[in-house]
Ligand binder design. Structure first.
Ligand code: NDP
Ligand code: PMR
Length: 417
């Protein structure tokens, strides 16, 4: 495989589309979030329900009522039967890993899924295309590139679910901007990869910890990646490597014009990997700070290389064609979208995944006979593959001092101090 490395490095460079050389002004930026955040319920009766941002509990229509405890008998809410299903929130559920995870969980009948999406209509279409039962989910607006939108989402979620706690939170959404020559910024002035992947989720989890503490056996998973771990081929040998340095960019406030965590000039591919390090460090800090007092199991995971998702939208078309092939036949790291979704679903659904502070990964490649499947039946060949195991993260990700500093500076950056 080693002989492929220089070749792939060259190919990766060539895969950079010409937009990499476009002037900064042509880059897409997230506009100020002026639109009214909305809850869009997708049950047959509630499909046209659009609720304003600031709801009080009493304003909620009866059909959006949630049972307040697990013991309360299942209510029929205009076709929306929630019953005793677990309440599971997934960010970035409109495509790729998040969508496949949402569909897997919804179809088990054990989860009511809140699909937290930046594009609500896209989320609704995607759920329908995946065949998710109408009464198994709602799509709610969440723009992670706006801290105000994160706060609005939490407000609306709490109004929607009433006193019933969130059982599972999956922080999955992300952007990867390897070819942007200049940084694009979130509403709050963060570089987008760090702002969306890390800061938005950081605030979201922190706003929901108290609520989740009320649920028995709650789980929170923040999706990590091998490419943020320098103890792997994918993360250690492939340029650029993740490196938070001394976090001098965070110390300066992590806002425009400061683009990178280490305070150095903008480098899109590295910004993504740095954001994944922050995601994984956030998990270990959450564990250290809240696991004992709340009982929440905090985890991260690497699903495998899902080489066909929209994450690679900036790459040239030929790269997007060659990449799955390379991952399948050269590195063996490939995983299909459905299987990856099942893996993420396993982390919040499988009784063997209750341990906190774990970085989950799966042995073997795709197309193997796996042990876990969402319907509880053994998988045949060609189905869900690999066996779950507790993986080791790089020393940089496990570095306690940097993780603590990252946490404290993120609290500041998100205005939570
Ligand atoms: P996708 O691009 O398919 O999914 C990303 C999701 O995040 C989309 O639903 C997207 O919404 C959403 N999203 C993007 N920006 C925002 C935002 N500002 N606010 C709210 N939601 C947003 O990529 P993947 O499925 O591949 O990625 C999912 C996760 O998996 C990421 O955390 C990624 O880091 C991780 N991962 C992926 C790997 C891979 O090989 N693909 C490998 C390892 C980890 P929309 O549908 O509107 O675009
Ligand atoms: Mg990488 C075992 C080797 C391995 C694995 C598991 C991955 C995963 N990659 C491996 C090796 C290589 N990659 C090699 C030898 C090369 C050639 C130099 C290579 C290149 C490469 C590129 C250009 N790989 C990439 C890219 C991307 O743009 C992807 C990326 O970094 O996105 C952030 C990527 C990935 N390789 C992976 C995985 C999982 C990714 C994708 C995404 C992620 O971390 O989210």
């Amino acid at each position: 495989m080693v002989r492929f490395i220089p070749l792939m490095a060259a190919l990766a460079y060539l895969a950079t589309p010409s937009t990499a050389f476009a002037p900064a002004s042509s880059q897409i930026r997230i506009r100020q979030n002026t639109a009214t955040p909305s809850i869009v319920a997708t049950s047959p009766l509630a499909s046209s329900t659009l609720l304003p941002a600031m709801l009080t509990e009493t304003e909620l229509p009866e059909k959006l009522y949630f049972p307040k405890t697990d013991k309360e008998p299942a209510k029929v809410l205009g076709g929306l039967k929630i019953g005793t299903r677990k309440l599971t929130v997934i960010t970035g559920a409109s495509s790729g890993l998040g969508l496949n995870c949402a569909a897997t969980l919804a179809k088990t009948g054990r989860h009511f899924v809140v699909m937290a999406c930046r594009d609500v209509e896209k989320g609704k279409r995607a759920a329908k295309e995946m065949g998710m039962p109408d009464d198994s989910y709602v799509v709610m607006k969440l723009e992670l590139g706006s801290l105000q939108s994160v706060r609005d989402f939490v407000f609306n979620l709490k109004a929607f679910k009433s006193a019933r706690p969130v059982n599972n939170l999956i922080c999955n959404a992300a952007v990867y901007k390897p070819t942007d020559p200049e940084p694009a910024w979130t509403d709050d002035g963060f570089e987008q990869s760090m702002g969306i992947n890390h800061f938005g989720h950081f605030l979201l989890v922190n706003l929901l910890v108290d609520d989740m503490a009320k649920a028995k056996g709650a789980r929170c998973c923040i999706v990590g990646s091998i490419t943020g771990n320098t103890n792997t081929v994918g993360g250690g040998l492939v340029y650029p490597q993740a490196d938070l340095g001394t976090l001098s960019g965070f110390e300066k406030g992590a806002k425009k014009p400061v683009a990178m965590a280490d305070g150095k000039p903008f480098f899109g591919a590295k910004a993504y990997k740095d954001s994944k390090v922050c995601n994984m460090m956030t998990v270990s800090e959450l564990h250290r700070r809240y696991h004992e007092s709340t009982g929440i199991a905090f985890s991260s995971m690497y699903p495998g290389c899902i080489a066909e998702t929209s994450l690679f939208r900036e790459k040239r078309p030929w790269f997007r064609k060659a990449f799955p092939w390379f991952m399948k036949y050269v590195t063996g790291g490939y995983v299909g979208m459905q299987e990856a979704g099942e893996r993420l679903a396993q982390v919040v659904d499988d009784p063997q995944c209750t341990k906190s502070d774990v970085y989950w990964s799966w042995n073997g490649g795709a197309q193997q006979v796996g042990r876990w499947s969402p319907d509880g039946k053994p998988r045949g060949a060609g189905g869900s593959g690999g066996e779950i195991f507790e993986n080791e993260q790089s020393d940089a990700v496990r570095d306690r001092e940097t993780a603590k500093k990252m946490w404290e500076l993120s609290v500041k950056a998100c205005g939570m101090d």
